[in-house]
Design a protein around this ligand. Structure first.
Ligand code: SF4
Length: 208
């Protein structure tokens, strides 16, 4: 797949892609991204609408006991670990960063429960930094279209960064997430409607 045609078509499909998580600050985004692991953005938005009314700063979040937070976020799944991570991350923010979400990937990754993908999402979305967050959608689409041949998100990220201009990274991430979520789905991808069908290794191989 030619990367320039790929970008051109994505820009037509998704000229103004937006993050589907609702948030009003970098801290809220960080919490929402932690909650979104193995959960839909729609469900996270329902939960955070309630959660952020009272607990939208690290200081306020730490007023909650783990069991109380678990109860609020229960429907997002993996609530025990997610609650533990949100509270530890909030504590880290206060102790190491004066209560502020750091504006760089390296420091973001020092926070409890924050891996590279989450750090990239927050850096790109909240701070408008150049980053490609490789989630399950970006990894799948990149492999199916032959941009990479790896199951390792970090290797995929490095290869995509080498391939595309840094000015395109943030938008490209959002566009690939939308494309992966609604067209190139994990199960039953919609190949008949896909503008890349002729050049897709996955489609040609399986003849879907
Ligand atoms: S042809 Fe099918 S598998 Fe290939 S990119 Fe399009 S939707 Fe995905």
């Amino acid at each position: 797949m030619n990367k320039d045609s790929f970008l051109k078509i994505l820009n037509k499909l998704y000229p103004n892609p937006k993050c589907e998580l609702n948030y009003g600050s970098a801290y809220e985004l960080l919490v929402a991204v932690i909650l979104s692991a193995q959960c839909t953005d729609k469900r996270v938005n329902i939960v955070t609408e309630t959660l952020f009314k009272k607990y939208n700063t690290p200081q306020k979040m730490l007023l909650l006991k783990q069991e109380q937070l678990e109860e609020i976020i229960h429907s997002c799944g993996f609530y025990h670990n997610k609650a533990k991570n949100i509270l530890s991350m909030s504590k880290d923010l206060i102790e190491k960063y004066n209560g502020k979400v750091p504006d760089n990937i390296q420091d973001l990754q020092t926070l409890a429960g924050v891996g590279r993908k989450t750090a990239n999402v927050v850096y790109s979305e909240a701070f408008k930094g150049d980053a490609i967050a490789v989630d399950t959608h970006v990894l799948r689409v990149s492999n199916r279209l032959g941009f990479v041949k790896t199951a390792d998100p970090y290797k995929c990220e490095i290869q995509l960064m080498n391939m595309f201009d840094n000015k395109d990274w943030g938008k490209l991430h959002l566009q690939m997430v939308h494309f992966g979520r609604y067209i190139c789905k994990a199960q039953k991808p919609n190949c008949k409607e896909c503008p890349f069908a002729n050049e897709c290794y996955f489609n040609n191989k399986t003849n879907i």
